[in-house]
Design a protein around this ligand. Structure first.
Ligand code: HSE
Length: 445
């Protein structure tokens, strides 16, 4: 059989990883597939820079020519962005080429239309590398766990955010300071708000949820809250209560609908997920038959991401001559069996909650606060009252004087989020509460 020909869109960090792996492990990969795989052409913006890499690949600056080239079997996209990437992938598909992509935003937002096009043209779109870099989480969800009704999954799926929270917890560093280091180290997205505000994680969560629950992609339904408001105090108080704060993506299937949410989360410190630090990623998947399973590894980087792209290429090559209906379906469920689910609103989410209040140090304050919880039927799991600190209560004016203020930390039992919001509103209205209440969700996993 003649070698399978790969066209690479982009020869940056990820594209180079793919080219190097396919060259270095060519013999091992051929033993797996039964035929050779060669990167024959790469489309780049800067020809001189690409040629200086000496990868032994044909170079073009005409990406449209690459996706129309009849000698190319599989187009491997590692340029990112939406424009012109989406149009290029549509052209590749229309020209009968299989597509492998690491572009999480593109799949999360345009996946449904790309998959329809792929179905029409009898090709596949593979995106293992779009979620959690080198961790084969899509393969696990789609194939390894195919016997299960997957009930929930929760993951640390943004390395930059995890690096920031880990440094805050381990070294007591401040948020801005660690973000600057993450940017200098090259972990962060071009726009770091995608990392710290949870958008990157939301893209990945939307993709995992579709594969886990057999539903069309619903990036629009992911509730997203970033980590920029997590303070060192919250990290320390969480630690005192036996928790770590992680930026989690959670997808949960309930009888009445699906929760898709990305937010800072307190996790009991004994959980493996709570001990995933630095830029590493990890995902816990709960299947009804298998119970909890955990997947851990590098969530980004040249060869970890390249590893996932090459695995997708190998899967495609193994089934190159097969009837399209004999391939594993793109989302792991038959195309005509995907189901729309009710997307639950935040008020209907269910979690436990960590609340941090600052109150005047005077008798009866705690009783008033706990009374609010009692009246709303919210059970309190733990209360921590810290030493009073001298501070200005409320707005700073010429007459302001410092008074003793006590930080109070409350952990609730699992409850509907709408009730917690009501409690916060009532607490916030008390004249004895001196600053906005902090609310962080707690998951026992
Ligand atoms: N910016 C992403 C992260 C890269 O920090 O995880 C991998 O998607």
């Amino acid at each position: 059989m003649k070698p399978v020909s790969i066209g690479l869109l982009g020869l940056g960090t990820v594209g180079q990883g793919v080219a190097r792996i396919l060259t270095r492990n060519a013999a091992e990969i051929e033993r797996r597939t039964g035929c050779g795989i060669r990167v024959t052409l790469a489309a780049v913006r800067d020809r001189n820079k690409a040629e200086a890499l000496n990868l032994g690949i044909g170079i073009t600056t005409d990406a449209q020519a690459l996706v129309s080239d009849p000698s190319i079997d599989i187009v491997c996209e590692a340029i990112g962005g939406e424009d012109p990437t989406l149009a290029l992938l549509h052209s590749a598909i229309a020209n009968g080429k299989h597509v492998v992509t690491a572009n999480k935003a593109l799949i999360a937002i345009h996946g449904n239309e790309l998959f329809r096009a792929a179905h029409t043209h009898g090709v596949t779109v593979a995106f293992e590398s779009a979620v959690a870099g080198g961790i084969p989480i899509i393969k696990a969800l789609r194939e390894g766990l195919a016997a299960n009704r997957i009930q929930w999954l929760a993951g640390i799926i943004n390395g930059t955010g995890n690096f920031i929270l880990s440094e805050m917890a381990e070294k007591g560093r401040r948020f801005d300071d660690v973000l600057a280091e993450a940017q200098a180290l090259g972990y962060a997205e071009a726009d770091p708000t995608f990392d710290v505000e949870g958008i990157d994680a939301a893209h990945k969560l939307a993709i995992m949820a579709s594969v886990a629950f057999g539903m069309p992609l619903r990036f629009d339904a992911v509730y997203t809250e970033g980590i920029s408001k997590v303070t060192r105090e919250d990290v320390e108080f969480a630690d005192e209560l036996g928790y770590r704060i992680k930026h989690l993506g959670v997808a949960r299937r309930r009888k009445d609908g699906v929760e898709l949410r990305v937010h800072p989360t307190l996790i009991p410190e004994r959980r493996l997920l709570a001990n995933v630090n630095g830029v590493m990623n990890a995902v816990v998947v709960y299947g009804d038959a298998v119970g909890p399973t955990l997947y851990y590894g590098a969530g980004a980087g040249s060869e970890p991401t390249g590893s996932a792209m090459v695995a997708d290429i190998i899967d495609i090559v193994r089934a190159l001559d097969a009837d399209p209906s004999h391939r594993v379906p793109i989302l792991g469920f038959q195309d005509d069996a995907l189901k729309e689910h009710v997307m639950l609103k935040t008020a209907d989410y269910q979690a436990a909650y960590y609340l941090r209040l600052h109150a005047l140090d005077q008798p009866g304050v705690l009783a008033t606060v706990t009374d609010i919880f009692g009246k709303l039927g919210i059970s309190i799991e733990a209360i921590l009252q810290k030493e009073p600190e001298m501070a200005i209560a409320g707005e700073l004016t010429e007459d302001s004087i410092e008074v003793p203020i006590v930080p109070i930390i409350l952990l609730t039992r699992r409850v509907r989020e709408g009730l917690i919001e009501q409690a916060i509103e009532r607490i916030q209205a008390l004249s004895t509460i001196t600053q906005p209440v902090t609310r962080i969700r707690v998951e026992s996993l």
